[in-house]
Design a protein around this ligand. Structure first.
Ligand SMILES: C[S@@+](CC[C@H](N)C(=O)[O-])C[C@H]1O[C@@H](n2cnc3c(N)ncnc32)[C@H](O)[C@@H]1O
Length: 233
């Protein structure tokens, strides 16, 4: 990240925080699912990825490390809340047939513009009202940073939606920032607790691996969790 990019990002972050009702006392009812705010992020960014606070312009390092030496050849993968598409592209590079979706149509158009030759199928869709045909349709469902961007009250519905996409024998992979129970956070975003990660094991999913990845020079503490649905793909 250049100094100029970092400066533009810091300015954008300040502006976005200022218009985020979830950062104001009693503001939650104004935008309960944060739809308006997410729309505003991509609109205000224009064509500058510095304006999209989570855009790393490469697969996230915690996902990239999971993908190292792993082939996803032949797997159907779904990237949830894909933003500008870097993680979806990482999954596709590893061999998966990827569908990637985001609530914000502008993000989807931007991802398509960034990766014009991509094999990823980028789709505008809502996690809480997904297409029927996605039910049980994916061997790998990947979610990074969307859950932590949602108010806690939405997490049970989000868990149900994520689980619904996983095919028999399939995996849900969740990566988020981590915090201890009781640790104060000035969100959003709201890093997840261990209990919130464990609570994603719904609708026949079983938590198989929960990694607590400590903070390093380059990243803050993260969870990387894998859930499996029994059965044969
Ligand atoms: C914190 S960003 C993370 C983006 C991407 N996963 C990344 O790591 O670059 C959360 C993304 O989820 C999208 N999102 C929020 N609510 C959503 C919903 N109900 N359905 C689908 N996408 C949603 C937002 O538009 C945003 O792009």
């Amino acid at each position: 990240m250049t100094e100029d990019f970092a400066l533009r990002r810091a300015k954008a972050r300040e502006k976005l925080d200022a218009i985020d009702p979830h950062r104001r006392e009693g503001g939650v009812a104004a935008d309960p699912r944060r739809r308006d705010w997410f729309e505003a992020v991509y609109e205000l960014a224009g064509d500058d990825p510095a304006g999209v606070p989570w855009a790393g312009l490469a697969p996230h390092p915690v996902l990239a490390q999971w993908l190292e030496g792993r082939s996803l050849a032949g797997l159907r993968a779904l990237d949830v809340g894909c933003g500008l598409g870097d993680n979806a592209e990482g999954l596709a590079q590893a061999g998966a047939q990827v569908v990637a979706f985001d609530l914000v149509a502008r993000a989807i158009e931007w991802a398509k513009r960034r990766f014009p030759q991509s094999a990823v199928d980028y789709v505008a869709a809502d996690l809480f009202h997904p297409p029927q045909e996605w039910r049980g349709a994916f061997d790998l469902v990947h979610e990074l940073y969307t859950l932590q961007a949602l108010p806690e009250s939405l997490l049970p519905d989000a868990a149900d939606a994520l689980a619904s996409f996983v095919a028999p024998g399939g995996t849900l992979l969740v990566i988020s920032r981590a915090r201890d129970a009781g640790q104060e956070v000035a969100g959003p975003p709201w890093p997840l607790t261990r209990a919130q990660i464990e609570a994603l094991a719904v609708d026949g999913l079983r938590l198989t691996i929960l990694e607590d990845i400590p903070a390093s020079e380059t990243i803050v503490r993260h969870w990387r969790a894998a859930f499996r649905r029994e059965g044969v793909a």
